[in-house]
Design a protein. Sequence first.
Length: 182
Amino acid sequence: MEQNRKLIKIWHIVGAFAIFGIGAGWHFIFDLIGWAPIGWLFPVNESVWEHLKLMFWPAILYYIVEGVFLWKKSNNFMLAKLIAVYFTPIANIVIFYTYSGVTGYESFVIDIIVVFITICVQQYISYKLLITDEIGKHKRIWVNILSAIGIVFLAVILILFTYFPPHIPLFEDMNFNNYGIF
């Protein structure tokens, strides 16, 4: 098990940098291509909501690759990934609105630092959950199914609100005073 823990730790350290790096490039893809059908995957404007895609989709891609190598070497894989992919957007929304509300301004540099730190924490949470064995084998199938449903739910919400965003500040592109892709 110690060898598995070391392997899981390496995957998670590499994952923090990979998810952040992929997300950084992710930011510009829609602007370069500009094709509405890919808007579900890439940020289509500068709203806080659309920036959550920079953390979610790169993490999902990384977790798919990671799962090929770690699924059988770890415990609670889907649960760990469910909690990780929900932690990051929630933490980023809370931190963004807290610091910008308190200070009265937004900072690109602070936003980047917050994204990197929350991705690192996301990876740490995932790592700790993967090395714990709190769920009995007979319950894992249900935990995996429910966790997968939770991840798919977040993906659907990200997609849906790209095309049909509520008209509240979380979804507003303050640069152009518009919402979503249209």
